[in-house]
Design a protein around this ligand. Structure first.
Ligand code: C2E
Ligand code: CA
Ligand code: CA
Ligand code: CA
Length: 279
């Protein structure tokens, strides 16, 4: 009986995967989802290690599919990139994030910053800076609380135009962060050419922290160099207390991960904030 139920579970799973694939490859699925706004932003807290205060959050998109339930971004962001739908979707994310910042301000969390992930194609969009500027104006949000998470590969693509774009965002008052740091081919020295404020250490280096000498050395050196270059460092994917201890001993400023909190929807995030707000 056990193997039968196991089998039927697999069949169900495979059928489910087929359905998802069918929906996703339908192309129209994503387009319709954008028109109908079947998306939601979840928010994962960022914790300052010195006092355990929640100082910010990362916006992570979810597709709330009417039949398939919640779909994670890894399953549809690549598709949105390929089809170009990442442009309207990415604009929706930035607008939604800014309205969320406005809402948090009204709810009494005025100093929480919010970061959004940009995709490569979105970053290349010629009117991106203007679009962000218009959304900030529309929402009345203080730009210093909006952070953009970029990846090393996005920065490498077209160095001169990239640097100009980053400076334009800085002039608007935004904070710029390098996501998944360490997974690309850039060095800290190279990154110094870019006007960025934050490094986010990829969770692949955080995973075995305390148990893998190489990872320990990489994370320690990255934090030390970032600190001396006056860059803020945040470690992502922190899942247990021993990782926190190691990061603390290396003077890592902020952390993010399941050990502290999972990504939460808007209302759960408010409940969380009401019990974690300092001051
Ligand atoms: P990312 O930017 O590296 O985001 C971190 C991912 O790690 C998130 O997955 C988050 O839920 C997960 N995570 C957080 N803490 C932990 C932990 O302690 N352990 C583990 N194992 N995982 C943790 P998620 O939400 O599924 O997002 C996956 C990726 O999708 C993101 O990776 C990002 O590249 C992309 N993404 C998410 N939202 C957006 C968006 O609005 N726009 C774009 N362009 N990409 C997005
Ligand atoms: Ca990110
Ligand atoms: Ca990341
Ligand atoms: Ca390792």
């Amino acid at each position: 009986a056990k193997s039968i139920s196991h089998n039927s579970y697999c069949i169900y799973d495979a059928a489910m995967a087929d359905t998802i694939r069918a929906h996703l490859t339908l192309g129209g699925g994503l387009r319709k989802a954008i028109e109908e706004e079947q998306f939601e932003l979840f928010y994962q807290p960022k914790i300052r290690l010195s006092d355990k205060a929640t100082v910010g959050a990362e916006a992570l998109i979810r597709w709330m599919h009417p039949e398939l339930g919640m779909i994670s971004p890894d399953q549809f962001i690549p598709l949105a990139e390929e089809s170009g739908l990442i442009l309207p979707l990415g604009e929706w994310v930035i607008r939604r994030a800014c309205y969320q910042l406005k809402e948090w301000r009204e709810q009494g969390y005025p100093s929480i910053s919010l970061s959004v992930n940009l995709s490569g194609r979105q970053f290349m969009q010629s009117d991106l800076v203007e679009m962000v500027s218009q959304i900030l104006e529309e929402t009345g949000v203080d730009s210093r609380y909006l952070e953009l998470e970029l990846t090393e590969s996005m920065l490498m693509a077209d160095a001169q135009q990239t640097i100009e774009k980053l400076h334009a965002f800085r002039a608007l008052g935004l904070t710029l962060s390098i996501d998944d740091f360490g997974t690309g081919y850039s060095s800290l020295a190279y990154l110094k050419k870019f006007p960025i404020q934050t490094l986010k250490i990829d969770r692949s280096f955080v995973n075995d922290l305390g148990f893998d000498n190489d990872d320990d050395a990489i994370v320690k050196a990255t934090i030390a160099m970032a600190n001396s270059l006056n860059l803020k460092v945040i470690a992502e994917g922190v899942e247990n207390h021993s990782q926190v201890d190691v990061l603390n001993s290396y003077n890592c400023e902020e952390v993010q991960g399941y050990f502290f909190a999972r990504p939460m929807n808007n209302s759960d995030f408010s409940v969380y904030m009401d019990s974690h707000l300092m001051g």
